[in-house]
Design a protein around this ligand. Sequence first.
Ligand SMILES: *Cc1c(COP(=O)(O)O)cnc(C)c1O
Length: 423
Amino acid sequence: MNHFEYRDGVLHAEGVSVPDIAAATGTPFYCYSSATLERHYEVFSQAFKGQKARICYAIKANSNLAVIRTLARLGAGADVVSEGELRRALAAGVPASKIVFSGVAKTDAEIAFALDVGIDQFNVESEPELDAISRVAAGMGKTARVALRVNPDVDAKTHEKIATGKAENKFGISWRRAPAVYAHARTLPGIEISGIDVHIGSQLTDLEPFSTAFTRVGEMVEALRADGHNITRIDLGGGLGIPYRGDNDLPPHPDEYAAMVKRTLGHLDCELTFEPGRLIAGNAGILVTRVIYEKVGDDRTFLIVDAGMNDLIRPTLYDAFHEIRPVAEPAPGAEEVEYDVVGPVCETGDTFARKRRLPRLKAGDLVAVMSAGAYGAVQASEYNTRPLVPEILVRGEHFAEVRARPSYDAMLRQDIMPDWLSD
Ligand SMILES: *Cc1c(COP(=O)(O)O)cnc(C)c1O
């Protein structure tokens, strides 16, 4: 469910008309709905009422400070994968005691910073990383609380670029090697083992891979406990999928997911951590763009819009489907055209949709690329020297720019002329 609806024939974000934002900000821009962010957080959180669970929002899905703060105010913790994200979480008001640090290659400097600010838990992805955390922590006279991220070798049945739980993926420690790594961890200074961690991929639309992985994790917890490890925590990562095609192919509801978690792991009486990203932010954001040209080719009709793959790379990177809606509500029975919706970037991959039936549109019309709140703005670049698009946060009848569009001057100032070229 989201709060982007037509009202009086115009797409609104909660109580704000999208053309009003476009008039104030220019296009393209990302627009997020506070009510949708909050609703998704609450639905997930409610699903785990009665289980010992906490939610650490995966910052990488959408790391705008205002988005993080909106969630932090509801009690969310944060899952971070870099020092930069850790700094964002802290700056947005997430207490260090609710922050877990994931990611395959934490550097010594990142580890030291995280220990210094006192994060709650490191999710460790390899033996060398475990040794590095031990060395840095011991050197600082601190103890790092760690969970080992195991790779359960489960096919997440999602796009290959967002599957992380197969043996061939770079993520986590092989579940076969895990007992030996736990035994090693116990001998290390500066390390307190608290649990186990798993994250098998993103945009999972079926519970079966989760339950296979979680069952394997549960068996591992029992085996580790039998070996004398004090395993009190299980971090189950994120990955629950969202609907990208309206209500036609709904992924499992958080309630069903929570029931499956209870079934597979409830008997272990562990504290659970969840790291949802997409589920919270995905359908809470849209990318609003303006048609520059309708170009009739020999073979296709192209709708060329002012947003490009540098602003939203998901269609190119993951073959992702995004619903595209005209901001002006089409009249019932309006003429439809089959469009390739493309951006201005000099790449054939700069395509948002192929052969998409849409009402006839013309230059100047606004369209919304839906479900763009997660892995949208965070993956944007300045390719083709296009300014990063601004981000707008709506709350009820109000909206605010929560990231401004940089000026061309500011963009060019980032480059530095070496002295042998400055004349
Ligand atoms: C990306 C990621 C998440 C969030 O995944 P979603 O599919 O957005 O829920 C959670 N945990 C880890 C370790 C990740 O890498």
